[in-house]
Design a protein around this ligand. Structure first.
Ligand code: SF4
Length: 476
């Protein structure tokens, strides 16, 4: 027995007659080609759609867009690697009809058209809607941190700058003291140690001045942190560690786990981003009413209220936080509000009435108290460390009561959220190997993530829908 032998390299072969024969009838490049050819690139915002009348002909934006969609779908994102594929990859050669743009042309196209990738992502969502791939019943909203082109060492907060200045001052004191003592001792021996210390002092002073400058800039602008390589990126918690990156938000339809809406921000926390992410998703799905589930990081009463007003049914679990929770006392959700009498029923079965009020973020906050009942209460040690317990409610807190009641009727929605959002994030990070952005600046990474989200959706749709059906939809 021998192993399989290939053809001799110099042997003349009867190759297929056209390049088209090398690309199978159900090859995804055929879809990419038809999809892009069906788009109105001028409306999407791509530049140079109409060729100039004079000068050297440039590449058509449609061809470069096809190259990028192919690249993101196949884990090839760098312009240099994409250029290499135009020379050696038969699918790309077919897609670009032998065109071979250089890496700079490819990179410039992504940079110059960064705002046009989002409308194109939305075009694909509309195609998915036409194919009835969305359940349009439940959206899962979540965020993840994707690393920016900015090392952690090149990001500074006010606290880290203040600490550095403090350490620099201590170091300078030490060096200056050592300089004083060395000065006299070494004068006769040529003073090499003195010179050494002087250089160290100059270096620390220079770094200290840079930190002082950055701190002054933070004070001036009111910002919390400064990033030197990508100034728009921010240090944010990513699972168990802190990384410098961007906060990527997605709204995913639970039926096939397709991304309906995505946005990238440099806001460090998810709080306040629920309606902003879910409302455009509801609009593009054309749903009258839709349920939206998110984790407790999105719990913010104003946002939940806005979500309801926009015709959505939010499901966000209440986070267990605050001084009572930290002290191991009765939690707020163990108290029940009675709207009819405007009182709160405590775990001891007593009624707490409105006692005082204040204003928080422009909303009235009412404190409910029953001092007399607390005084004789056998549960007091489990309820408060003071002589009585007060429970505060915002004036619009009925919105949270309604949400709590919905959650009690549909507890499984939280598990549904987890398994829905894990799919796109897991796929993007692991399978698509896109755990870090390549570009710098918010607008550019937004364009980048639109391509990533389109590639994720496309990969998913290719697995769900028959190829012929997909091609019919794109041609119709
Ligand atoms: S301490 Fe007051 S609020 Fe707490 S359980 Fe007793 S009566 Fe109710």
């Amino acid at each position: 027995m021998t192993h399989l032998e290939g053809h001799a390299r110099l042997q003349t072969l009867l190759l297929p007659e056209s390049l088209d024969d090398y690309v199978g009838p159900e090859n995804p490049v055929r879809f990419i080609d038809s999809f892009v050819d069906g788009l109105d690139l001028t409306v999407a915002g791509f530049g140079r759609v109409q060729p100039k009348e004079t000068g050297r002909p440039g590449y058509a934006p449609a061809d470069l867009l096809k190259l990028y969609i192919y690249g993101y779908l196949n884990r090839i994102r760098s312009s240099r690697r994409l250029e290499a594929e135009t020379h050696r990859n038969v699918e790309v050669i077919w897609l670009l009809r032998h065109l071979k743009p250089d890496f700079k042309t490819i990179a410039d196209f992504r940079r110059d058209n960064r705002k046009a990738f989002r409308p194109m992502f939305r075009e694909f969502v509309l195609l998915c809607r036409q194919l009835e791939l969305f359940g349009r019943e439940l959206l899962a909203v979540d965020g993840t941190r994707i690393k920016a082109v900015n090392n952690k060492d090149r990001n500074f907060t006010r606290a880290s700058l203040a600490e550095f200045i403090r350490l620099a001052d201590a170091k300078l004191d030490d060096y200056l003291q050592r300089l004083d003592t060395s000065d006299a001792a070494e004068q006769s021996a040529g003073g090499s140690r003195v010179q050494n210390l002087s250089e160290k002092i100059a270096a620390v002073r220079e770094r200290r001045a840079r930190c002082q400058e950055m701190l002054a800039k933070l004070e001036r602008t009111g910002a919390d942190q400064i990033s030197l390589t990508d100034p728009e990126s921010r240090a944010m918690a990513a699972h168990t560690h802190v990384a410098v990156g961007y906060n990527v938000q997605v709204a995913v339809d639970t039926k096939h786990k397709l991304i309906v809406e995505q946005q990238v921000t440099n806001q460090v926390l998810d709080m306040g981003l629920l309606t902003e992410t879910a409302e455009p998703a509801k609009q593009i799905l054309g749903a009258e009413q839709i349920a939206v589930v998110a984790d407790r990081g999105y719990f913010k009463i104003e946002d939940i209220e806005a979500c309801e007003k926009a015709g959505m049914e939010p499901y966000v679990p209440r986070p267990q936080r605050g001084p009572s929770v930290r002290a191991g006392l009765f939690r707020k959700d163990e108290f029940a509000y009675d709207a009819k009498t405007d009182t709160v029923i405590c775990p001891g079965g007593q009624r707490l009435s409105p006692y005082s009020s204040s204003v928080l973020r422009g909303l009235k906050k009412i404190n409910y108290v029953n001092k007399q009942a607390c005084r004789d209460c056998p549960l007091r040690s489990r309820c408060t460390n003071n002589s009585f317990r007060y429970l505060s409610r915002m004036e619009n807190e009925a919105v949270l009561d309604r949400m709590q009641a919905r959650l009690a009727l549909r507890p499984q929605v939280l598990a549904q959220r987890r398994e829905t959002v894990e799919h796109p994030f897991g796929t993007i990070r692991q399978w698509m190997n896109q755990g870090a952005f390549l570009m710098r600046g918010l607008e550019k990474v937004r364009g980048e993530f639109s391509l990533t989200a389109l590639a994720y959706n496309l990969r998913r749709v290719l697995n769900i829908v028959r190829f012929a059906e997909l091609m019919d939809a794109v041609r119709s």
